[in-house]
Design a protein around this ligand. Structure first.
Ligand code: SAM
Length: 221
């Protein structure tokens, strides 16, 4: 249950020295105002974060994962990469948490520039749709955490879920779809289907994927 993992009472209580010890040693805490900018929601085994870490070495990023053992695995994976590659992978971290409940505890208004929802659990039955990580209600929270211009990346191999995520985003006043040219120009889009463990599994099996990539905008009234 939730009682097994600590939850920061507000974004200012997130312990950056625990997540990024090399960048936030006790002596440097004061004056370092850098904040987490990318969040990988339901990061699984962390493949996307590992790829993004070296692509955006100056950006702090975090994975949020509900399963305890999977989170521990990602922690170990990051630690091993830091040891093997001195000076690298210091900007990436993972926390065990329920992202459907605690996003506002981790991120201030407008703090994030990218959020990732890669191959989320489908929850097929209608009565379970409320458990989906993308819903009209949760999009309000994601819109709050994302700065204007920030991007939501979603992908799935389940067509029905892909349509659902797209419909939720399309129906929300604070998101607009990236154009084909913008998708083409965005390096990160290519990673969506190749960098995560789930994406690689789908690719190995020759499965189709369904993508929806949207920008946080200021709604026009
Ligand atoms: N994104 C990864 C990938 O593409 O390989 C993992 C995909 S996996 C199918 C979905 C992940 O979301 C699982 O690791 C699951 O534990 C996690 N998850 C499900 N609900 C969650 C929640 N409420 N908060 C955080 N993680 C969650």
């Amino acid at each position: 249950s939730d009682s097994h993992f600590p939850v920061p009472i507000s974004p200012s209580h997130v312990d950056y020295s625990l997540c990024y010890p090399q960048l936030f040693p006790p002596s440097k805490q004061v004056g370092n105002s850098k904040k987490i900018q990318f969040a990988d929601i339901g990061c699984g085994f962390g493949g996307l974060l590992i790829s993004l870490s070296t692509l955006f070495p100056e950006t702090l990023m975090i994975g949020m994962e509900l399963r305890d053992k999977v989170t521990e695995y990602v922690k170990e994976r990051i630690l091993a990469l830091r040891v093997a590659n001195p000076g690298q992978y210091n900007n990436v971290s993972v926390v065990r948490t329920n992202s459907m409940k605690y996003i506002p505890n981790y991120f201030e208004k407008g703090q994030l520039s990218k959020m990732f929802f890669l191959f989320p659990d489908p929850h097929f039955k209608e009565k379970n749709h409320r458990r989906r990580v993308i819903s009209p209600h949760l999009l309000d929270e994601y819109a709050y955490a994302l700065g204007v211009g920030g991007i939501m990346y979603t992908i799935t191999d389940v067509e029905e879920l892909g349509e659902w995520m797209k419909a939720c985003l399309e129906g929300h006043p604070m998101f607009e779809a990236l154009t084909d040219e913008e998708l083409e120009a965005d390096l990160v889009v290519k990673l969506l289907s190749t960098a995560t463990e789930e994406g690689q599994k789908v690719a190995r099996n020759g499965g189709q994927t369904f993508r929806a990539v949207y920008r946080r905008i200021v709604p026009t009234i």
